[in-house]
Structure formats: C-alpha cells, structure tokens
Design a protein around this ligand. Structure first.
Ligand SMILES: Cc1ncc(COP(=O)(O)O)c(C=O)c1O
Length: 395
C-alpha cells in the first residue's frame, strides 16, 4: 500500500535552508528562513522567556492535558496584546480566542471555522503572499482568488490595484490580510489604507482574516496592531491568527492564538465551540510549554516589561540593519535601495531575477529565495560587506 507513494520535493524554503547548512564555504550567508538572528548569527532565547521557563520548572506539578482551549491566562493575555486592553470589542465581550499550535495552527483553525460557515468559501490572498497560506487553507477546502498587492517597480503596495481587485469580494468571501511586516515583501498598508479596507468590508460584506505573525517587529507592538484594531472597532466580524514564534522567539514551542471578533458574546462563545471541535479533529489539545511561558510573561508586569524591552531592541536592530544594508548596497552597486529602509519587519525583495539569485547561491554562497526575498535579520556586521559586494557583482 505504501510503496506507491513517491518522494516529494522538499519545501522550497526549508530545502534552500538545508542547502545553505550543507554549504562548506566559510563566508556563506543564509538569508532564507524567516527566523530572527542576532549579531552572532544565532536565533536567541529571550531572557524573559528563560526567566518564565525557570519559574515554571519550579512550579509545574503536572503534565496532564491542557483544557482544549489552552492556557486561560495566555488566551486573555493574547487578546489584550492584539487588541489593546481597553479596546471596545473586548469591553463589549464580543471577543474570544483559543490557543493554537503556532500561527500555522491558528490559520488552520480559522480556515476550519470559515469552511464550517461557508463551505468552499473564496479566500482572497495578496499577490504575493506567504506560500504556506495556500496548503494551510486550501487543504480545508477553501478556494482562492488573488488581489494585487506588491508593485515591484515602486517596491511598495499597489493600493489602487488592491482596491480594484477587492471590489470583486462580496458577502461570503474572506480577505486574508497580513497584520504587519508583510511576508514576503515587507510593504505594509498605512492606517488610511486599512481604513479604506474597513470601508470596503462594511459596504461589500466580506470577512477580513488577519494573519499577524510579526507584531512588534515593525514599528512596535501597538503600531503593528493598529490596522487590526481599526478593523476590530469598525466591523462586526473578524478572524485573527496570531503567532508568538517571532515576537517571543518561541518558534519550536508552537505557540499561537486564533481570535474571533464577533457580533456579540454569544456568537463569540459559539465560535470557541466550533474551534474546539475542529481542533479535536486535527490535534485535540494544544501543546503546553510555549503558552505557559507566554501566558506567564503577559500576566506578570516585571516579565512583561523585560520582554517588551528586549523586543524593542530586536526591532531597532532590524531597522538599523535595514539602513546599513541600504547604504552598503548603494555604495557597492551605485543603485537605489532606499526601499529597504521603508519596509517593515524581517523581509525584503531585493529586486533580483531568479537567475541572479541562483548565481548568488552558486558562485558566492549567498542564499536567498529565487524571488530574491531575504531575511534582513540574517544580516550582521560580519557578512554585510560580503553580501553587498556579492549582490553588486551579479547585478
Ligand atoms: C506570514 C506568516 N504567517 C504565519 C506564520 C506562522 O508562524 P508559526 O506557525 O511558526 O507560529 C509565519 C511564519 O513564518 C508567517 O511568516
């Protein structure tokens, strides 16, 4: 029965990362996978996470299953982190959430809820979007349509094109939006543009589904959630998939939340019951470790303040790398790379062709996706000159 199953190709991003790891060149540069790396090229553990972990290790008395909705303190903490503690929707009690295995798990739970409400609903995704959105949502049975988003010529959002395309989204459709730090392009909507999206959702009746995996890595925790908060204040319904992988560095602990903003409290509770039935079909209970840590941090003023300041440091390092990279690339190539500084979060398209990206990989050991998406956080003082010179050499 099983020997008819053939070998599948590796995931394109993880496959490239494996190639980079296997490359023996001392000056290789790996800018493939979206994980934050420090100056030493290490994905660090937040000190606040270590401290919370230490406390938990002393206090933990059981490894019994979590309740199906996960750690209560984590769920409450995440709602406040995402919406702000005094958001009208929270005060009105029309918000609910469940813990999920990472942002991916939250996206999948959101997709299951959408499919339960409208089987085979169409989800409008940005062109381009994070490639994993397609299997994650599509395997549930949802359909896709694209809306224009990134304009390679201006390296910014083609908002006119986006609005024109989204005029085709109506009631029963879902519009997937990146909450901040768009993956892969780093180009985000302004607050005015979020407001136009809210107008369109109100007028046309589509449901926004916000994927927010990088809150705190663009302009800070509150600014990065401003679009989400605006929509939650204006619209009757919204689904959010949030991740603690990047902003708490809990990648491998699979820590995320699916949050529902609904017309009223009763509907918000109904959605939790739907989410739990969906989770039961897939993985039953969420994993405990990451959510206990995150819940502990969010619920403890001292740990929370320490975590926030570490995150601010991380965010300013990324923004500093953006300016440095812009200057070095401009100096090495004589071309304009100002866009790198305007983008948010960990990603940027350098604007190279696939042939140039492959040449960088093969001739220089500089690894980026064929689309020339780089993880800016993989740049450091030790590799930035070599990176800039290599890019200039293939241009
Ligand atoms: C846009 C986007 N959404 C969601 C996720 C999911 O993150 P995780 O499942 O690791 O929490 C990622 C991770 O890279 C992402 O880039």
């Amino acid at each position: 029965m099983l020997d008819q199953l053939h070998q599948l190709p590796a995931d394109p991003i993880l496959g490239l990362a494996a190639m980079a790891r296997a490359d023996s060149r001392a000056d290789k540069v790996d800018l493939t996978v979206g994980i934050y790396m420090d100056e030493a090229g290490v994905c660090p553990v937040f000190k606040a996470v270590r401290d919370a972990q230490g406390l938990l290790a002393q206090e933990e008395t059981t490894k019994a299953y979590l309740p199906p909705a996960g750690v209560e303190g984590f769920n409450q903490g995440m709602q406040k982190l995402l919406l702000g503690a005094d958001h009208r929707a929270l005060l009105d009690g029309r918000v609910s959430s469940v813990q999920a295995p990472g942002g991916c798990g939250a996206l999948r739970i959101g997709a299951e809820i959408i499919h339960a409400a409208t089987p085979g609903a169409t989800v409008w995704v940005s062109d381009p979007t994070w490639p994993v959105h397609i299997p994650l949502l599509g395997s549930v049975g949802l359909q896709f349509a694209n809306y224009r988003y990134y304009d390679p010529a201006s390296h910014g959002v083609n908002f006119e094109g986006m609005v024109e395309d989204l005029k085709g989204a109506g009631a029963g459709d879902v519009v997937l939006l990146h909450g901040c730090c768009h993956n892969p392009c780093g180009a985000d909507l302004s607050l005015e543009q979020w407001s136009v999206v809210a107008d369109m959702a109100e007028a046309q009746g589509f449901l926004p589904f916000i994927d927010i995996a990088y809150q705190g890595l663009g302009d800070g925790l509150d600014d990065d959630a401003a679009g989400l908060r605006l929509l939650a204040g204006r619209l009757p319904e919204l689904i959010v998939a949030a991740s603690c992988s990047k902003n708490m560095g809990l990648y491998r602990e699979r820590t995320g939340a699916a949050m529902f903003i609904c017309r009223d409290q009763q509907n918000a509770q109904a959605l939790v019951s739907q989410a739990l039935v969906a989770a039961r079909r897939i993985y039953s209970m969420p994993p405990a470790h990451g959510a206990l840590i995150a819940g502990r941090i969010l619920g403890d003023p001292v740990l929370d303040a320490a975590w926030r300041s570490e995150l601010v440091e991380m965010c300013s390092r990324i923004n500093g790398l953006r300016s440095d990279l812009r200057s070095k690339l401009e100096a090495a190539s004589g071309r304009d790379f100002a866009f790198i500084e305007k983008e948010k979060g960990m990603f940027s398209f350098l604007g190279l062709s696939a042939e140039q990206a492959v040449k960088l990989r093969e001739d220089y050991g500089v690894y980026m996706l064929n689309s020339s998406r780089i993880n800016v956080a993989g740049v450091n003082a030790g590799n930035i000159d070599y990176l800039a010179e290599s890019v200039a050499a293939v241009l």
